[in-house]
Design a protein around this ligand. Structure first.
Ligand code: NOJ
Length: 771
């Protein structure tokens, strides 16, 4: 029924077709249209003319209104809110805030509202903007739809583990259709922050440690949210965040200082933003962090010089929540006035919830501290997105669409597909998995085994437990009639377990043929303000694990987590990393345990052996003293190897793959030419399965040192037993470029090593030379 309705919706609204594409074309090459989607020169000049017409009519207050965003139900301007409270005779702060927003909107002094959703609520405010304000400029409604709106997909880190941008795009498309049906027209996603430190809770929200994979995932989400035409119905404007280097917080502590070289900034942290800009992202969000002494929300170098002058970004930049006011505690501005001036001069166009632009800029413009031209330019950028989004033509949300699209079959199926492809089989000693259908009894143990909330992860928008099965429910539904499932929690997610709970778990384990342990983090242990100094299993979970393993029964561990965890992997024969897999995640996990599907995800981030190895990432430098076992005075630890527990790109399968016939298009090429790389992959095992074929390069000698490996291409392929496939990569000339000693980007002559395989840790190798 829902499918029929969805079909009707498509017919009515002409939703953009979903692409069926696996693999990732290099950013810049794959974008067929202009930087903000389908946008002809004719419509561009119309838009510009309309913008200028509006700017000519706008008062300073109206301009600053466009540059102001507040959060629904919360009023940061307590004084004004209190006045409104009295005037409107309302009692709660939320009501007071709403009254305030209505009157600001009517006066043309509000450009955007966040956290407002539902057609009735958004339409109510939009009607005031369009019909009651002097110039009728519509509002942007922003919301954090990070991995689904009501249908919740795996967390972004889990989606990155699919290495399937086409599927990620499909998920983002579904999220946009659901969110827009509830009046949201602007999404604060994708988070394209590279994260090399799993202590940082926000690793869950991004694509992990690699700039190439991160770019692919960022672009896929932008396409899914916006399609090729930002103005198409069922789309939301995307927002690449947090610009920039937020993920490099010292010691993994959220909001902490970032101090990295310009080289690391350009090689690691900027590329996913640049790819998103080339992919047409409408907006960016400036970050909280201090970057090399200049806070990101007051940083003219990154926001104006790089983003606008170098990359030609035409959309607008919104500050993160109170990040303009935070220039004061940063010690970068003496007061709110100075903070507002720094931010606007740096190029931050919209003020998220601070109210500083609205309060301080009238004064600062009047006394000449901020030129009117700076204000006009910010307003132009905001109006450009509103016009391209089609808000002037279609400001309202049809209230009848939501019921047709929210949780519809297609979206739930996409959630299942994403969850299935996100699963990473970390370990499978003696092929403990998959479980057979001949089992008579299974013990399901662990604090996450019968949980329908945490399985959704952090930032769950409108996701609900009631839409979600638990692993216990999915397992009971899957086992054959003769198989008994005994469940016990074993311990809480965090905190101490009552001793008898672990004892009971051991008894349940002893009475069963096999044990499935479902352990990990609570959903809110990742995401914003969720940094940890230990990334071990929280609470008494490791104690539970050890007690259950000590029974001698076979144990399969399912991990639900928003980050890599450290755990006694050697004790457990089989480990399946399921991240926080979302609405359909429990079913996917159970399917994988029984080989109804064959897990084929690969790690988008290294799993360290212990926290002392952090930050740990595959694309590191060689050093002058690369580690040698026989030589003490080389770069290594006394107490652990340098290698991670599980490397970037790692992931097992129930089948095996062999690589052969690595061929390069040429042994020598001229700088500026692409290089073709081919490899044959054969499924040498007993089952059909997916393999993510990964292409890495190393520039052996350069004028500035290069990483030992850099991911430059990947393809997820599916092979039946015995099937071979020749995979062809085109290593674009640009991917051989690097920054020289004076930070000029170019391709230097010399030798490159190519490595192709199923993980960053091994593969076939070949050399070529660039002349
Ligand atoms: C703060 C977070 O850092 C950001 O990611 C989010 O989009 C905004 N709040 C709005 O909710």
């Amino acid at each position: 029924f829902r499918e029929i309705l969805l079909h009707e919706y498509r017919e009515a609204f002409g939703g953009a077709p979903l692409r069926e594409r696996v693999g990732f074309a290099l950013p810049g090459k794959a974008v067929p249209k202009g930087p903000l989607g389908a946008y002809s020169h004719k419509s561009a000049s119309d838009t510009e003319a309309r913008i200028e017409g509006l700017i000519r009519k706008m008062t300073l207050e109206e301009k600053l209104g466009q540059m102001t965003q507040f959060s629904y139900g919360e009023s940061p301007i307590s004084l004004e809110a209190m006045t409104m409270t009295e005037k409107a005779g309302v009692s709660t702060k939320a009501e007071a805030a709403l009254e305030l927003y209505k009157s600001l909107t009517r006066e043309g002094r509000l450009g955007s509202v966040l956290n407002c959703f539902g057609a009735a609520k958004t339409n109510e405010l939009q009607r005031i903007a369009v019909e009651e304000s002097r110039l009728g400029i519509p509002l942007l409604f922003g919301y954090d739809v990070i991995h689904g709106y009501r249908t919740i997909f795996p967390i972004p880190l889990g989606q990155a583990a699919t290495w399937n941008p086409a599927l990620v795009e499909k998920g983002a498309r579904a999220a946009a259709v659901e969110a827009s049906s509830e009046g949201v027209n602007w999404n604060f996603s994708p988070m394209v922050d590279i994260a090399r430190d799993p202590r940082w809770g926000r690793v869950a929200e991004g694509a992990g440690e690699d700039p190439y994979l991160g770019s692919a995932m960022g672009v896929a989400q932008v396409r899914g949210y916006q399609t090729e035409d930002l103005g198409a119905p069922g789309t939301v404007a995307a927002c690449a965040k947090h610009y920039v280097a937020y993920g490099a917080a010292v010691a993994g502590r959220d909001y902490n200082t970032v101090d990295i070289s310009e080289r690391t900034l350009r090689e690691v942290y900027l590329p996913p933003f640049e790819a998103s800009v080339k992919g047409g992202v409408a907006t960016l969000m400036s970050a909280f962090n201090d970057l090399n002494g200049i806070p990101a929300s007051g940083n003219r170098h990154t926001i104006t010089d790089i983003l606008r002058s170098e990359w030609g970004f035409q959309g607008f930049v919104v500050s993160d929540w109170e990040s303009i006011a935070q220039l004061v505690p940063h010690g970068f501005a003496a007061d709110r006035d100075q903070a507002g001036r720094e931010a606007v001069l740096a190029g931050v166009d919209m003020d998220m919830v601070d109210g500083i632009y609205m309060q301080s800029l009238p004064r600062l413009v009047k006394n000449g501290a901020v030129p009117m031209e700076v204000i006009d330019e910010a307003v132009r950028r905001i109006l450009r997105i509103k016009l391209r989004k089609g808000l002037f033509e279609r400001p309202y949300t049809d209230p009848h669409v939501a019921e047709k699209v929210i949780l519809c079959c297609e979206h739930r199926k996409t959630a299942l597909d994403l969850a299935r492809e996100s699963l990473v089989l970390l370990r499978n000693e003696k092929n403990l998995l998959p479980l057979g259908d001949d089992l008579r009894s299974i013990a399901l143990i662990g604090p996450l085994a019968d949980d329908r909330i945490n399985i959704l992860g952090s930032w769950t928008a409108q996701g609900r437990g009631e839409d979600t099965a638990t692993v216990l429910e999915a397992l009971k539904a899957r086992v054959k009639p003769g198989c008994k499932v005994a469940y016990t929690r074993g311990c809480p997610i965090q905190g101490e377990a009552p001793e008898d709970e672990i004892t009971k778990a051991v008894q349940v384990a002893q009475a069963s043929d096999v044990i499935i342990l479902v352990l990990g983090e609570a959903g809110d242990m990742c995401g914003e303000a969720a940094s940890r100094t230990s990334i071990a299993l929280p609470g008494d979970q490791e104690k539970l694990l050890r007690a259950v393993v000590a029974t001698g029964k076979p144990v399969a561990l399912v991990l639900l987590s928003g980050r890599p965890l450290t755990f006694p992997a050697d004790l457990v024969p089989a480990v399946l990393e399921a991240w926080f897999p979302g609405t359909r995640g429990a079913q996917a996990v159970v399917e994988a345990l029984f080989a109804d599907i064959n897990p084929g995800g690969k790690l988008p981030i290294s799993f360290p052996r212990n926290v002392g190895q952090i930050p740990i990432f595959y694309n590191s430098k060689s050093t002058g003293r690369p580690a040698k076992e026989t030589d003490k005075f080389t770069s290594k630890y006394l107490d652990a190897p340098n290698s991670p527990m599980y490397p970037f790109g790692h992931g097992l399968s129930y089948t095996t793959f062999a690589y052969s016939g690595l061929k390069l298009g040429a042994e020598r090429i001229r700088a500026g030419s692409d290089m073709e790389v081919r490899v044959t992959v054969t499924n040498t095992g007993p089952r059909a399965g997916d393999e993510v074929v990964q292409l890495y390069i190393q520039d052996l000698v350069a004028s500035a040192t290069r990483p030992v490996l850099e991911l430059k291409g990947f393809h997820r392929i599916r092979l039946t037993p015995g099937e071979s496939h020749e995979v062809t990569f085109v290593l674009a000339a640009d991917s051989m470029a690097s920054y020289d000693r004076s930070m000029k980007k170019g391709i230097e002559p010399g030798k490159f090593r190519v490595q192709v395989g199923g993980s960053s840790a091994d593969g076939l190798e070949a050399l070529f030379e660039v002349e």
